[in-house]
Design a protein around this ligand. Structure first.
Ligand code: B12
Length: 295
């Protein structure tokens, strides 16, 4: 899916409280990427507007001018309060507030990895505790997952698109694992730092993941393991992937809450990573190595 929203310098100026003429100067100086309409008018994509706002740490005073109505007046400066807002909105089934909080966190400079680790995972952990204490827990869990998936999907649309020649990563959750959010979080984290990421989602057999990696010539493969699997099943889901990926010199990273004990079969191509922040660091380093090898 491609985000086709774009705005005039006047609209962006109104959104961030800066004059239209200053914005035109920034565009002409190459600080903001814009394209011209057939009539010669400058237009800025929503992704680019958000990149500029994040990088220059600008305040959004009129979000509706650039299609970000959901963020309204949601404040995200206080981490604990934001975690509380997100948890409550997920519990209430309040789509708009969930989307607004997540978008606002991103626009205010939080990385995708931080949003997933410190906010989405924390809120879902809290919601999971209801499962034990409240009969409504399971339906609330399902609804919260669906809303969080939607909100992260919307966030995906506002990320800067990866460069044409970006390397590819493919990933999934293994057979027997129904969890949607963790693999989606890994996919978004990788996209946000310039990988082309393809998420195959839950319940993916190893041969399917391996075929996808082969077909797309992926450099990196991730496996997210959160389901109710025993230690042998977890080890098998990783070990089935190791020989074919190793042979093709692809890197395998795995993580997820189901992995409680150290995996005894790590090698140079197989890495256990515990959070999206760690994945971000690892995948940035891998990007650098790949781009040096190309030069
Ligand atoms: C939503 C949910 C469900 C939904 C899933 C819906 C869906 N299709 O996705 C449903 C209802 C299906 C479900 C079912 C069950 N669930 Co459940 N579920 C959850 C819940 C509330 C949220 C999980 C989630 O999506 N989190 C959001 C993600 C983004 O966060 P995360 O998992 O913490 O992942 C982070 C890290 O682990 C890491 N990470 C994850 N993957 C990867 C991958 C890589 C490559 C890397 C680098 C990092 C990484 O980064 C992530 C972001 O920080 C958790 C609560 C919790 N504490 O997690 C319970 C929970 C996991 N479930 C639990 C249970 C018991 C079950 C069931 C057994 C219930 C039952 N009797 O049916 C079943 C088992 C299903 C199965 N076959 O495995 C327990 C597990 C207890 C335990 N220790 O084993 C929990 C902890 C709830 C609780 N407090 O009791 N569940």
């Amino acid at each position: 899916m491609v985000n086709r929203l774009h705005f005039s310098p006047k609209e962006l100026g109104q959104a961030i409280g800066i004059s239209e003429s200053s914005l035109k100067r920034w565009i002409d100086a190459g600080k903001i990427h814009a394209f011209k309409t057939a009539g010669g008018h400058r237009r800025i994509s929503q992704n680019e507007a958000i990149r500029v706002i994040r990088e220059a740490k600008l305040n959004v005073v009129e979000p509706q001018k650039i299609g970000l109505d959901e963020i309204g007046d949601i404040q995200t400066d206080d981490r604990e309060e934001t975690q509380h807002t997100l948890t409550q909105a997920l519990l209430d089934g309040d789509h708009k507030r969930v989307r607004g909080t997540i978008l606002s966190l991103y626009i205010n400079g939080n990385s995708i990895a931080e949003i997933c680790d410190a906010h989405v995972s924390t809120a879902m952990t809290h919601i999971g505790r209801l499962w034990k204490h409240d009969t409504k827990g399971i339906y609330i869990e399902h609804r919260a997952t669906a809303i969080a998936v939607q909100a992260l999907g919307q966030l995906n649309l506002v990320l800067p698109p990866p460069p044409e020649n970006a390397p590819l990563a493919v990933g999934a959750a293994p057979s027997g694992d129904p969890y949607i959010l963790p693999s989606l979080a890994a996919s978004l984290t990788l996209t946000s730092i310039g990988w082309k990421a393809v998420n195959l989602g839950p319940e993916t057999p190893p041969e399917t993941l391996n075929t996808a990696a082969f077909d797309s010539n992926a450099s990196l493969v991730w496996l997210s393991i959160s389901g109710n699997l025993n230690e042998q099943q977890i080890a098998k889901s990783i070990r089935d992937l190791q020989p074919p990926l190793h042979k093709a010199n692809r890197t395998l990273v795995f993580g997820g809450r189901a992995i409680q004990n150290p995996f005894p079969y790590l090698d140079d191509n197989t890495h256990h990573i515990r959070s999206m922040a760690e994945l971000e660091g690892f995948a940035k380093a891998a990007l650098n190595t790949l781009s040096q090898n190309i030069k």
